[in-house]
Design a protein around this ligand. Structure first.
Ligand code: C5J
Length: 224
């Protein structure tokens, strides 16, 4: 057992029962020409998470932590895209429409893929999710339970949407979540701040918030 310095209080970290969960670090959200940009957002606000997430990912790999990646997206025939999700926002270029990186948020298209800086290694599961939460309509819960995982170290985008939704889903399923503040990002600075405050409020109502430095300090030493 190790301790991660976190808010609202130190987290008792058991690396053997923990997974690093990296949510939706996809080209469609982080690169120009993707879904995030089509919505009028500045992708640079998310790109600040790449370097710390990469450092944490490398350290977690070296420590032998279970690593799981997720991607938000839909079947090419859009059969799993709720009409309400498609219609929301009345977007000129929305989910399923052609964009500079292929059809937006469609599985198999270049924009749907994880950014090259954080490309999963063979053997690291990638969970394809049609919703905002990573537990909705996926086998993530089974994967975690089959590995004896009870703690999630959570990175990814966006803080107030897929990260918060997933942490809330995880909380209701009995997992302890530590959200890594500098490894989650929002297009909206005020949502970044509030998204983190909502996790750790009221004695950690949804979980803990820590820096990547503090998580890395608690990880077991790298193999020589
Ligand atoms: C959004 C996500 N923001 N991964 N998706 O639509 O947060």
């Amino acid at each position: 057992m190790a301790i991660i310095e976190a808010e609202p209080y130190p987290f008792e970290f058991d690396p053997a029962r923990a997974s690093l969960l990296i949510i939706d670090m996809q080209r469609d959200f982080l690169e120009p020409g993707g879904f995030g940009a089509a919505l009028g957002n500045d992708v640079l606000l998310l790109r600040r998470t790449i370097a710390p997430t990469r450092r944490l990912l490398e350290k977690a790999r070296a420590a032998g932590l279970c690593i799981i990646h997720t991607r938000e997206g839909h079947r090419p025939d859009l059969a799993d895209l709720p009409p309400a999700k498609k219609a929301r926002g009345k977007l000129p270029t929305g989910i399923g429409d052609p964009g500079p990186m292929g059809r937006i948020l469609v599985r198999g298209e270049p924009g749907h893929d994880i950014i090259p800086e954080l490309r999963p290694l063979p053997g690291e599961p990638v969970v394809d999710k049609p919703g905002k939460g990573a537990f909705h309509a996926t086998d993530l819960d089974a994967m975690l339970k089959n590995r004896g995982i009870t703690q999630l170290i959570v990175c990814g985008v966006t803080t107030e949407v897929c990260v918060n939704t997933t942490v809330r889903e995880a909380n209701d399923r009995g997992y302890d979540c530590v959200v890594v503040a500098d490894c989650v990002g929002s297009y909206f600075p005020e949502f970044q701040e509030m998204g983190l405050r909502m996790i750790k409020a009221q004695g950690g109502i949804f979980g803990w918030v820590a820096s990547s430095e503090d998580v890395m300090t608690a990880l077991p030493a790298m193999a020589p």
